[in-house]
Design a protein around this ligand. Structure first.
Ligand code: PEP
Length: 249
């Protein structure tokens, strides 16, 4: 059956010293969790983070990567570079990458292919803008984001895909989708995948919710049948809050 996952996206936060300190606090609090726990520090701290977390059960994941294997792409990082430092999962398509770095579904399809070709697991993010939701357009928007970036994949490739539904209006805003809004969308996403592939693929894929998840709302959101965990931004920067969320399972 599908896995429960709680992943912390640290974004461009935490120096090396701060990274080590937070990871040590996290390790003290990680005991017998029901969910897979992951953290995504910035690129320059990934290798140190994997060393600190060796044997802890917490996975270090990357926030992004380039689709090319190597070459003249100043400032970028390839899948092979991540694999070499024992990073096995990458977040792709975060709304901040889409908004500030013009990442399109077409570009993301190439990144997904490169990640899978290098045996990386992908946490693929998508979600509607506030204007889409106000226009009752959130389902077609989400369906097209998934279809454009992922529906060229064979069914067998989906074992390496985790989905993260993150309504843009809820990210870093303190405004959370209600548990029912999250459940409705996750159910729609699963149905969309079933229609394209089959119920095995749809029922095996973990679908995370992201957008202002906090200790106070995590339990109710995670209790919904189609919500398999969370992608956590702000609250993942405080060990106590992050583990309260992890322990909401
Ligand atoms: C995110 O950046 O993926 C996110 C969900 O952020 P926050 O939890 O701060 O809304």
């Amino acid at each position: 059956m599908r896995k429960n996952i709680v992943a912390g996206n640290w974004k461009m936060n935490n120096t090396l010293q701060e990274t080590k300190q937070l990871l040590n606090e996290l390790m003290r609090q990680t005991k017998n969790t029901e969910a897979e726990v992951m953290v995504a520090p910035t690129f320059v701290n990934l290798e140190s983070a994997t060393q600190v977390l060796t044997g802890s059960g917490i996975e270090v994941i990357a926030q992004n990567m380039h689709f090319a294997s190597h070459g003249a792409y100043t400032g970028e990082v390839s899948a092979a570079m991540l694999k070499e430092i024992a990073v096995n999962t990458v977040i792709l398509g975060h709304s901040e990458r889409r908004a500030y770095f013009n990442e399109t579904d077409e570009l993301l399809a190439k990144k997904v292919d490169a990640a899978l070709a290098n045996n990386l697991r992908v946490i693929f993010c998508f979600g509607e803008e506030l204007s889409d939701r106000k226009a009752n357009n959130e389902e077609p928007v989400v369906a097209s984001q998934i279809a454009n970036a992922l529906f060229h994949l064979e069914a067998s490739a989906w074992k390496s895909i985790v989905l993260a539904y993150e309504p843009v209006w809820a990210i870093g805003t303190g405004e959370t989708a209600t548990p029912n809004q999250a459940q409705d969308m996750h159910q729609f996403i699963r149905k969309t995948i079933e229609n394209k592939y089959n119920s095995d693929v749809a029922n095996s894929v973990s679908i995370l919710y992201g957008g202002s998840v906090k200790p106070a709302n995590a339990k109710e959101i995670f209790s919904k049948p189609d919500v398999d965990g969370g992608l956590i931004g702000g609250a993942s920067l405080k060990a106590e809050d992050f583990f309260a969320i992890v322990n909401a399972f």
